[in-house]
Each structure stands twice: as structure tokens, then as C-alpha cells.
Design a protein around this ligand. Structure first.
Ligand SMILES: [Zn+2]
Ligand SMILES: [Zn+2]
Length: 190
């Protein structure tokens, strides 16, 4: 196996160095680790992440393609129940042979590159999973949310309703009913 103990997503790529066209297929599973999260969705540090990748030696470096999947935790944005969210991210990243050969972005940060004979898959896995995290998770697409008056979860209580006992609301209801009656009685003018 070409993985380093304790760091399943750091891969020893010695076999691919200086061998254009050579490739390796790997399935790696390890704990998600810290900071795989947004303000809304969190992947627990010990949650398993599985990555299936192909590492391909090309002229400019090592091309990584594949996918990573795991499960995050969130609360439903309508009813606040806990929800588990399956996440699957596509990976496509070109690692330069060295820091010196890495492309530098507008902020002066070097792009992906090998660290000696090691290729660290954690950054693209983390970035890819974060991109897949929904902004407003739902427990189900038709979640009815909570009652605006008492906070009850409406999916648990489909017939949920409140009597309006406030006399002001009763007066308004009566007025509305009158208006609707009037509209119904007025003949249409064409
Ligand atoms: Zn919900
Ligand atoms: Zn209610």
C-alpha cells in the first residue's frame, strides 16, 4: 500500500515520479479531521471520508481525478430537526512537481504541488466537500416547518390549528367574510 500510516490522504507517489503516463488508482478511507464545515453543515472530525482517486503522471506534474464522499450533520432550516447530509465531491487537481513549479494565484499563494514524494489529498477533499454543502438543509423537500404561533413541528401534527379567540381578529374575519359575500353578489361588468 502506498499510504502513510496515520495520514491516509497523504500518498507516497514515488512510483509516478518521472514516468509520464504511469498511473495509480487508490481507494482511501480516513477520518475527516478538523474544519470540514460551513456555518450550516459540519462533518464530525471522526466521520469517515472515502476518496476514490486516479493519480496520473503527466508532463506538468500529477493529475488527480476522482471523488470523495462522507456525511455531514446539520439542522433542517424549516423545522430545526437534526439532519444527516450525504456529501459527494468531484476531485480534479493538478499537482506541480514542486513548490517552485507551482502556479501562484493573485494573492501570492502557491497552487497544489508535491511535497517531496508526497501528495496531500486533504485540501482538495475538504474544499470539494465544503462546496457541496447546502446553504439551507431540509429534512425532506416538503417539510412544513414550524407553526408560527406556537412553534410546533407541523409534520408531526398535520391537523394543527389555533382557535382565534382574540375579538379583534374575530371582527376582522367577519369583515372579510362580508367583503367576500359582497364581491360574490356584485354582477360582473364587462
Ligand atoms: Zn424539517
Ligand atoms: Zn401552533
Amino acid at each position: 500500500m502506498t499510504t502513510t500510516d496515520g495520514a491516509p490522504f497523504v500518498v507516497d507517489v514515488r512510483a509516478l515520479l518521472g514516468k509520464p503516463g504511469a498511473y495509480q488508482r487508490l481507494t482511501l478511507t480516513g477520518a475527516a479531521g478538523p474544519n470540514v464545515a460551513t456555518a450550516v453543515v459540519t462533518v464530525a472530525e471522526d466521520e469517515p471520508v472515502t476518496a476514490e482517486v486516479m493519480l496520473e503522471s503527466v508532463r506538468e506534474g500529477i493529475l488527480v481525478t476522482g471523488s470523495a464522499r462522507t456525511t455531514g450533520d446539520a439542522v433542517c432550516s424549516r423545522c430545526l430537526d437534526p439532519v444527516r447530509i450525504d456529501l459527494q465531491a468531484d476531485l480534479q487537481e493538478l499537482y506541480a512537481w514542486s513548490l517552485e513549479e507551482a502556479e501562484v494565484d493573485d494573492l501570492g499563494e502557491p497552487g497544489p504541488h508535491l511535497d517531496g514524494e508526497n501528495l496531500n489529498l486533504r485540501p482538495p477533499i475538504r474544499d470539494g466537500l465544503i462546496l457541496e454543502m447546502p446553504l439551507a438543509p431540509l429534512c425532506s423537500t416538503d417539510c412544513q416547518g414550524l407553526c408560527a404561533q406556537c412553534g410546533a413541528r407541523l409534520d408531526d401534527d398535520p391537523g394543527h390549528a389555533h382557535e382565534t379567540s382574540d375579538p379583534r381578529w374575530a371582527a376582522l374575519s367577519a369583515l372579510k367574510a362580508d367583503l367576500l359575500d359582497e364581491q360574490a353578489e356584485t354582477p360582473k361588468e364587462n
